[in-house]
Design a protein. Structure first.
Length: 229
């Protein structure tokens, strides 16, 4: 049974989440503040965390950072903050996904299922154990820096490789445009999102069966990119 830690200080929302999640087979634990969340995350090791940012004792971004300091548990932010800056702060701190309130319960459940699937994805395990990520479309040896698609070697430029490496080593996690620009090109280029569009398009042409409808290298408009195993 998938264990979900709900970190939320609104009792009515906690009750709604508890009823809906348990009805769909999730085991639910609750934390009303950041301190309790960090304690339970360390002690119980849930499979996924649903986290509000507006907590009474600390900002939810600090909870994300605290969890990420010792664990890769998927973190799904559920917040009333709609500003792009707030989303980017949470994602850059290590959150895996971001849903704004008010929200559809069906959407939340779909994202929870996706987060837990990604955590169990064979490609993610192989990447950690052997440095090889394998999908139905292509395979990447992160140690040897080799890419193959359809039995053939694929040549990547150093910049393409750097982008792909960041995405593949964070399977399922949304990596913001700012983070990619800073890591690949440096602080001078943090606003040059056109660089990302060009190089991501090149990667998709080389790796995706249908580059205009990518299966693995997915865009989150206005926010960033993720690798879906």
């Amino acid at each position: 049974m998938t264990r979900v830690l709900v970190v939320e200080d609104d009792p009515r929302l906690v009750r709604a989440l508890r009823i809906n999640l348990r009805a769909r087979g999730f085991d639910v634990e609750e934390a009303p503040d950041g301190s309790s969340a960090l304690r339970l995350a360390a002690a119980r090791a849930p499979d996924v965390i649903v986290l509000d940012l507006g907590l009474p004792d600390m900002d939810g971004v600090e909870v994300v950072k605290g969890v990420r300091g010792r664990s890769r548990i998927p973190i799904l932010v559920l917040s009333a903050r709609h500003a792009t800056e707030d989303k980017i702060r949470a994602l850059d701190a290590g959150a895996d996904d971001y849903v704004t309130k008010p929200f559809s319960m069906d959407e939340l459940l779909a994202r929870l299922r996706a987060a837990t699937r990604r955590q169990e994805a064979p490609g993610a395990v192989r990447a950690e154990e052997s440095g090889v990520v394998t999908t139905d479309g292509f395979s990447v040896d992160l140690v040897a820096k080799k890419v193959r698609r359809g039995g053939r070697a694929v040549r990547l430029t150093p910049t393409e490789w750097h982008l792909l490496e960041i995405l593949l080593t964070h399977p399922g996690r949304l990596i913001t445009q700012t983070r990619l620009l800073l890591e690949v090109w440096g602080p001078t280029y943090r606003a040059n999102t056109n660089y990302l569009r060009v190089y991501m398009a090149q990667l998709r042409r080389k790796l995706e069966a249908d580059p205009s409808h990518p299966r693995y290298l997915v865009t989150e408009p206005g926010m960033g990119y993720r690798f879906e195993p």
